[in-house]
Design a binder for this molecule. Structure first.
Ligand SMILES: Cc1cc2nc3c(=O)[nH]c(=O)nc-3n(C[C@H](O)[C@H](O)[C@H](O)COP(=O)(O)OP(=O)(O)OC[C@H]3O[C@@H](n4cnc5c(N)ncnc54)[C@H](O)[C@@H]3O)c2cc1C
Length: 451
């Protein structure tokens, strides 16, 4: 493995934060340019209240379109987005922006319909029906609005938690139908776009980048990878704690440039599993094999145990930034609970020979701790300190009779990168403890096993 120097680590961490800031700045710049182009095409001719509301409707449509493009880009799994932000952060941002974008689109629809109705002497209902006379693209735009509304309603937490993930996700895909049906009306009806010239090219370029990234990285790339690497299940090994390790073989896997701590979205092409794709982290440092370890957490993960060697696999990835590439400090503390051990085990395996590493494994009992034997063997081999904290949950993130504190586990918290993976509430407690002990904010890395 190439040695990662301290200065190259801090450069990588700094580059990542520039990327994140840059992407956000690009989004607001695109909104500002879109509105400027709208004004340049005559959007300032507002004299009456109706004009003002009409102009507001157009501006909101423009902001919503930029947010929607950002949404498509964040969900595109384009490597430059994934490496910059990290998959979980991209999904979290996608979840946060989504409702805002859809609400703005719906307000745009209401304002445009009611104000155009006032100009043309129609009620809002008459104007809604009249849109179809403007051309097929306006009918499409109405279908898009209906699709967005369904996505908005099904994404409300109360509804989402009642529906199985796979079913919710299938409905969520309607958002792409919405985007595909909404885009033509922008170009064919929106006056900013119809005027051609700079505005037309500006919007065409933005949509090409976002939709193009989606098509290339979500649809085409997984098929290319399947063809190029021919990934198949090599072996399936159930463990006494209930988890199962699956080893995957394929051609030229080094070209994937996967790193310890990353994950893929796996689709096993076997009966009952081919319609589902699930994220699982690499539980061993990638080499000429890839390896995952899966805990039975529901219908899809329970079936992993029944996989047969030779099953073909469609994988999207590698994804995530929970890797050594995110490090900027001299020492390393890896903290895992339950199945959260998977990326931590692979990070331990990939740690440099002179890295100062401490590993903490938290579990109720030895019998329930996945991969504990392997972590013990690796820690000994690498000269890493290992703390195994067993027992029922106590006041801190440790056990009742074995409280844990980051300050007691590492000598110089301010010079330590802390990697945490485990159930959310527990992981937040570890993070708070790390921060209280003096670990800098940018040195805390948390992987969540749920979005
Ligand atoms: C980045 C990441 C890495 C992960 N690594 C591992 C690992 O190494 N080992 C392991 O055992 N588990 C891992 N998980 C968790 C694993 O993906 C879920 O337990 C699994 O998808 C559950 O699916 P299910 O059909 O068995 O359960 P379900 O009952 O269908 O779902 C249980 C919960 O799992 C989540 N989930 C289900 N399907 C998906 C999906 N396709 N995408 C995202 N979330 C989903 C949902 O929050 C759902 O509420 C990881 C999750 C993430 C996000």
């Amino acid at each position: 493995m190439t040695a990662i120097t301290e200065s190259s680590r801090s450069r990588t961490a700094q580059r990542r934060s520039w990327w994140v800031d840059g992407l956000e700045a690009a989004m607001w710049l695109a909104c500002a340019c879109g509105i400027a182009l709208m004004f340049a095409s005559g959007g300032l001719l507002a004299q009456t209240a109706t004009d003002w509301f009409y102009t507001l409707g157009r501006a909101l449509g423009i902001i919503a379109a930029v947010l929607m493009m950002t949404q498509v880009l964040l969900a595109s799994r384009a490597p430059w987005v994934e490496r910059a932000i990290g998959h979980d952060r991209a999904i979290a941002t996608h979840t946060r922006i989504g409702p805002v974008a859809i609400i703005l689109l719906l307000v745009h629809l209401v304002l445009m319909t009611s104000m155009t109705g006032i100009y043309d002497g129609r009620s809002i209902v008459e104007q809604s029906l009249a849109w179809a006379d403007y051309g097929w693209f306006m009918l499409f735009a109405q279908v898009a609005a209906a699709a967005f509304l369904v996505v908005l309603v099904t994404s409300v937490a109360a509804v989402r938690l009642r529906v199985p993930y796979e079913r919710w996700h299938a409905v969520h895909m309607l958002v792409y139908v919405g985007v595909a049906f909404a885009v033509p009306h922008q170009f064919l009806e929106g006056s900013t776009f119809r005027s051609g010239g700079l505005a037309w090219w500006f919007w065409a370029a933005l949509w090409t980048v976002s939709i193009g990234s989606f098509v290339v990285f979500r649809l085409v790339r997984p098929l290319v990878l399947m063809r190029r690497h021919g990934l198949t299940v090599e072996s399936v090994d159930p463990h006494p704690d209930g988890s199962t390790t699956v080893t995957l073989a394929g051609r030229d896997l080094a070209r994937l440039r996967a790193r310890a701590g990353q994950f893929f979205l796996w689709r096993f092409l076997s009966p009952g599993l081919r319609t589902q794709s699930h994220p699982y982290s690499l539980s061993a440092a990638p080499g000429d094999r890839l390896r995952i370890t899966v805990k039975d957490s529901g219908e899809g993960s329970a079936r992993v145990r029944t996989l047969q060697p030779g099953t073909r696999v469609l994988a999207e990835g590698p994804l995530g930034v929970f890797t050594h590439g995110a490090r900027s400090r001299r020492s390393l503390l890896l903290v895992a609970a339950g199945i959260g051990v998977t990326p931590v085990r692979s990070l331990l395996e990939e740690a440099g020979a002179d890295d100062d590493v401490t590993v903490v494994i938290r579990a109720r009992s030895r019998e329930e701790a996945p991969l504990l034997d392997e972590v013990e063997a690796l820690a000994e081999q690498r000269g890493a300190r290992l703390e195994v904290i067993l027992g029922a949950r106590g006041q801190t993130w440790g056990a009742v009779d074995r409280p844990a504190a980051i300050g007691d586990l590492v000598d110089r918290p301010e010079d330590t990168d802390v990697y945490i993976c485990g159930p959310r509430a527990w992981a937040l407690q570890v993070e708070a403890d790390a921060r209280a002990a003096g670990v800098p904010r940018d040195a805390v890395h948390r992987e969540e096993f749920g979005w």
